[in-house]
Write a protein that binds this ligand. Structure first.
Ligand code: NOJ
Length: 557
């Protein structure tokens, strides 16, 4: 047994399976993440909308997803793709109306689909009426303390404080872009020498927290099933390394949700599951920019758009490393598994699609997707990943999409069929929110629906298997089995109620064979890309053989 295995097994043995304190539906949830501007356009203006999403609910359900998370659909200036909100209580007219959102939720529920929205709790647009009022010279107004202001324009020249072109004498704290002033949740440890820093219990931060509850209440009362909470650990400023103040804040929010909207969930963009789940989140997103540079991107994406790409596990070169992922994920999984989920999305509106560089063929993409859909987390699939849409590296910048990388590359329109604009919109092509993938052979839903070998059919089959097999879902234990020093194939065990499955993944472009400590007396392949993949178990060892770029799931008895 190789170096890492013993400590991991010991840790694993110490973990007890307990009933999770999450709503039942979440145990079975498979989330589909939609970027509303580019999913489906119903009115021919070139931009996706709620009626478009509603028209595709049947497709979403038939593929095996039962929960939607939509990036923000609220009134916005769209200087950061909708993450710069001007009215949290109103759907932006580009997407439709509040009544259409309610209709979408009702129809989704009738089909067995839950709907989660995006809660951008940390900031607003600088055009939001609250912020406009807080710019007034009179600092005693209703919204004056909704934001964080330095005392004078001549103070605090810093990257974080923006010199406001406003009657108020001061600079405001921003969160992300300059147009996103931070809402005032106070400082964890206000500095007495800086009286402008308010405390958690000061009236401004209290009013902001109350406002956030009002926003959640407004939408949850209309049937919304939960929120994905943007930049969750950064609301209270000046927090300590354990995020004590931000955990306090979210624990209060969770208690409020339990009391007023039991059955609803909170998902954090935090990326430190042990903190986030402790803070009351049901799911924490493992994302590129946190675990990122040392694990998510090297494992699943090349490191950078600039510089030299580093090897990544899920690519043809087969020179990647899994050690940091396995160590870190195992630790976080064991710390949180009885209370929530540490979920790694396939990608998002912020990060590259799977179909990129050395991961392009259907088998390569299916192999990566097998990983995302057989881990013990709640799976999160970004729209279009289920058909293998390409990351469009040179997609034009749109609505603040460029940060340190081109986020338009993963926001191009969904490809539905072979009609003009891939069935996304009836607008003239130059009016589309972003241009479509120009490849004449681009994948689409229509072509893949009845093709038994398509990525879509593979995903549909795998989600059906997961839904029917507790061991492969959130109910199953997870244990990494293969060597972290020689990780091709990567093999892990899923197990529940006495049923055991080995998931074996070989993203590399070469055939591989491995001997791995594993339970059971016999193994049978139940799913995968390679009907010839073999697994023979004897005396506590599984001998696995796999062809290049392949995935296999074996039931062991
Ligand atoms: C994270 C969101 O995912 C991203 O799209 C946005 O730009 C920032 N937060 C700021 O809200």
């Amino acid at each position: 047994m190789r170096k890492i295995l013993l400590p991991l097994l010991a840790l694993f043995a110490a973990a007890q399976t307990t009933a999770r304190t999450v709503p039942d539906w979440l145990e079975r949830a498979v989330i589909y993440h939609i970027y509303p501007s580019t999913f489906m356009d119903s009115d021919g203006d070139g931009i996706g909308d709620l009626e478009g999403i509603r028209s595709k609910l049947g497709y979403i359900r038939a593929t095996g997803f039962n929960t939607i998370w939509m990036s923000p659909c609220f009134a916005s200036e769209f200087e950061d793709g909708g993450y710069d909100i001007t009215d949290f209580y109103r759907v932006d007219p580009r997407f439709g109306t509040n009544a259409q959102l309610v209709r979408l939720i009702d129809e989704a529920h009738a089909l067995g689909i839950r709907v989660c929205l995006d809660l951008v709790a940390g900031h607003t647009s600088d055009k939001h009426p609250w912020f406009r009022q807080s710019c007034e010279a009179d600092t005693e107004l209703q919204y004056s303390d909704y934001y964080i202001w330095s005392p004078s324009k001549s103070d605090f020249p810093s990257r974080k404080f923006v010199a406001a072109d406003a009657p108020r004498d001061g600079n405001y704290l921003k969160n992300f872009f300059d147009i996103q002033p931070a809402l005032n949740y106070g400082y964890a440890h206000p500095d007495p020498a800086q009286p402008w820093q308010q405390g958690y219990d000061d009236p401004g931060p209290r009013a902001v927290r109350q406002e956030i509850r009002r926003i959640m209440d407004f939408w949850m009362s209309k049937g919304v099933d939960g929120f994905r909470c943007d930049m969750a650990p950064s609301l209270v400023k000046g927090d300590d390394e354990a995020f004590t103040a931000n955990r306090r804040l979210w624990r209060e929010m969770r208690a409020w949700v339990e009391e007023h909207h039991p059955g609803c969930i909170l998902i954090s963009e935090w990326s430190q599951p042990s903190h986030a789940i402790d803070a009351g989140f049901h799911i924490d997103l493992i994302i590129h920019n946190k675990w990122g540079n040392e694990m998510y991107r090297p494992l699943f994406c090349h490191t950078s758009d600039k510089g030299k790409p580093t090897p990544c596990f899920f690519d043809r070169a087969g020179r990647g490393d899994v050690r940091s992922f396995v160590e870190r994920y195992t630790e976080q999984y064991l710390a949180t598994r009885d209370r929530g989920f540490a979920s790694m999305p396939t990608c998002s509106h912020d990060i590259w699609r799977l179909n990129r560089f050395d991961r392009r063929t259907p088998d390569e993409l299916k192999t990566a997707l097998t990983f995302f859909l057989t881990m013990p987390w709640v799976p999160i699939v970004y729209y279009g990943e289920e058909i293998g849409m390409r990351n469009i590296e040179d997609a034009p910048v749109k609505e603040g999409s460029f940060t340190s990388r081109n986020r338009s590359s993963c926001r191009t329109p969904m490809q539905w069929d072979a009609t003009p604009n891939a069935g996304f919109s009836s607008a003239a092509p130059e009016r589309l929110y972003l241009p479509l993938d120009p490849d004449p052979a681009r994948p689409d839903v229509a072509a893949q629906t009845d093709d038994p070998h398509s990525i879509l059919s593979y995903v549909r089959g795998l989600l059906a298997l997961r839904a029917a097999t507790p061991a492969l879902g959130t109910a199953g234990d997870w244990r990494y089995l293969s060597s972290v020093d020689d990780p091709y194939p990567m093999v892990y065990l899923r197990e529940a109620e006495g049923a055991k499955y080995l998931v074996a993944l070989n993203p590399s472009g070469r055939s591989v064979a491995a001997e791995i400590p594993a339970p059971g007396l016999r193994a049978e392949a139940v799913y995968g890309t390679d009907p010839a993949a073999s697994c023979v178990v004897r005396k506590g060892t599984a001998r696995i053989r796999m062809k290049p770029a392949s995935a296999a799931i074996f039931r062991v008895e």
